[in-house]
Design a protein around this ligand. Sequence first.
Ligand SMILES: Nc1ncnc2c1ncn2[C@@H]1O[C@H](COP(=O)(O)OP(=O)(O)OP(=O)(O)O)[C@@H](O)[C@H]1O
Ligand SMILES: [Mg+2]
Length: 242
Amino acid sequence: MLLTRLELSRPPTDWCAALPVVRHLESQGLTFTERVTFLVGENGSGKSTLVEAIADACDINSEGGKAGTKYASTGMPSPLGEALDVELTTTGLRLLRGPRRGRRGFFFRAETLFTLGQHVSGMKGFWEDDLTEQSHGEGFFTVLDRMVSGPGLYLLDEPEAALSFRSCLRLLALMHQVAGEGGQIICATHSPILAGLPGAQIVELGDHGVQRTEWESLQLVDDWRRFLTKPDLYLRYVLEED
Ligand SMILES: Nc1ncnc2c1ncn2[C@@H]1O[C@H](COP(=O)(O)OP(=O)(O)OP(=O)(O)O)[C@@H](O)[C@H]1O
Ligand SMILES: [Mg+2]
């Protein structure tokens, strides 16, 4: 493990102070117990806010990018990142705060990946291929295969965004491999496939704040299960509401 716990050093002053996940961090903190953690929850529950803050606090570019390039794009930390204290292991300290050339961490942010690609494709330490010459999902794997590998902290925000069912399984296998190589992954996702990785810690964000849960108990798994079992019945409720 590289990162074992999050706490707030002081209440954040900005818009994020009202988010349930932030109030939970303030009162109880959040402990990471496994090499792979999934952050799951409805749109707007605060997953990206949390992942970006972790990136900031771990000196990884919070707009997506590598360790050691903190604030490289905006010059500004996120309001939550400024208030977040991260507890790093000795390995975490070495790989995230040690000599710059030995730093290993990457923030795969689906939202801004292709903008990042315009700046760094072909550069030393990144990937060779031009993402604009690949399909959306192919481009994702060009980056994932190259940048999410070996010991290091890997933050992923909705990496399933461009991926088919089978590509999600491929990503699941990559995550499993990276965990076995001594890496740590924190991934915000809406994918029941990714969240199904055996042995992963699942943290569900919601109005209640944050709760650790099992795959079987996730709302998103229940929704998918019911939809796939009887799509007609499920959709009737949705369409009748109009
Ligand atoms: N810069 C900002 N200024 C004000 N409010 C913000 C800002 N960024 C996010 N928020 C608010 O914080 C809340 C959490 O947003 P966040 O992007 O973390 O959600 P999320 O769980 O990642 O959602 P999604 O699943 O849609 O990606 C939202 O209600 C959003 O409107
Ligand atoms: Mg998000």
